[in-house]
Design a protein around this ligand. Sequence first.
Ligand code: BES
Ligand code: ZN
Length: 478
Amino acid sequence: MSSDKKPFTRLPTDVVPVNYTLELKPDLQKFTFAGKVCITLKVNTPTKTVCLNSADIEISNVTCGDQVGTVSYQKEDERVSFDFPQEISSPEATLNIVFTGILNDQMKGFYRSKYTRPDEPDVERYTAVTQFEPADLSLSQDVKETKEDGDSKTVVFNRTPIMSTYLLAFIVGEYDYIEDKDSNGVVVRVYTPLGKKEQGRFALNIATKTLPFYRKYFNVPYPLPKIDLIAIPDFAAGAMENWGLVTYRERLLLASEDSPISSKQIVAIVVGHELAHQWFGNLVTMEWWTDLWLNEGFASWIEYLCVDYCHPEFDIWTQFLAQDYAQALSLDALSNSHPIEVIVGPPSEVEEIFDTISYSKGASVIRMLHNWIGDDDFRKGMNAYLTKYEYKNTKTVDLWTCLAAASGKPVMEVMKTWTQQMGYPVLTVDAKQEGNNRVLSISQKKFCADGNIKGLTKILTRPRGHDKKLTLIDKEEP
Ligand code: BES
Ligand code: ZN
């Protein structure tokens, strides 16, 4: 992370958004879109200036009540500011913005993805799709009504629960789908390219089993009436947990019951991962990207629990060692590793922390923690965390506090050594006899791939016949 840039600051909190009513009109011929957004604001401190995150959006008009604002873009920071002649001082205000944008081919923001139909394989067509994590907007909603007017069709969606903007998604295009309901009546659909809907069957079965599994595990219901899983031809990540509309690379969603077991396992893992985020990540979101690992480490651990439940014959936990644990050990032994909880600056720097440390070391320390406090207390703590912080934001410490309360164990003290410093220890135990005492020297050193190790030696002295009395001496090595 470069140090020559000006220090990064978060958006001002003079005004904060309460609700967005968004209208979008994509043009799949010109690859543009036109839109209007009405943002309800809570005014904390009267101000003449409102600053928003915005990238590659052209704003033609902005008003707040009867005031017209002037627009200035801070392109480098992916921000835009509006200046108004007078202070916005009422406790609540509404901001109306009219804008246009481009359906880009960069696989982020609101973008276009190419596809063909089976009946006309030579004709290129386009679908419009979104990818907003980490910072490219910051709607996946259920439909309220649709209106048709000549060539154009308007779809009106219901208001979402309060949510993080990076979890929004909207897609306009041609798809086939298959549908089912889970045991609690949640409508589950898998959208596939035209003519391939049967290849959505395996994922549909996993999803309808997984939703009730998480509901029971967390003892918290899935809060939306529907969930869609959709395969996107051009997709940058592997999959994305947009609330109620999860997007996937085609090969991570499509598999039939008779596909090779390796394809089925990967589809099951990815579905299990993204659906876990619907609770852990979406219902409760980290306060800032420093705590991204909470999302990704947790989902990368619980995906195994979920697949083991859906398909015990996969014996999926055996793969954890190679896929996550070993990867984490190998990367974390390098001198340029970083702590799990890592300071992150501007949105442009966020993407680089979606790495093995956040995912696999994160998953490994959660696995260790779960093993230590036990499944019952872990679930109790998770339920407390998700209920206390639903529709809110958290930091790592909030999870530790809930798990400590549920288990009566010093979770914070133990876990912070794993999440706030990089690397991991290698322990050596030496035993020798000193007169009547049997002395165990346990040395703990940071394991480094280059062999350059430094560490702390803990010496435990246990006098004969006094089994329970251990004296602990910490000695810093030269
Ligand atoms: N939230 C991520 C997707 C993501 C990754 C968005 C990087 C923006 C930047 C999603 O939950 C995820 O982790 N996807 C994985 C697949 C998963 C099964 C490990 C991915 O995309 O690799
Ligand atoms: Zn994830």
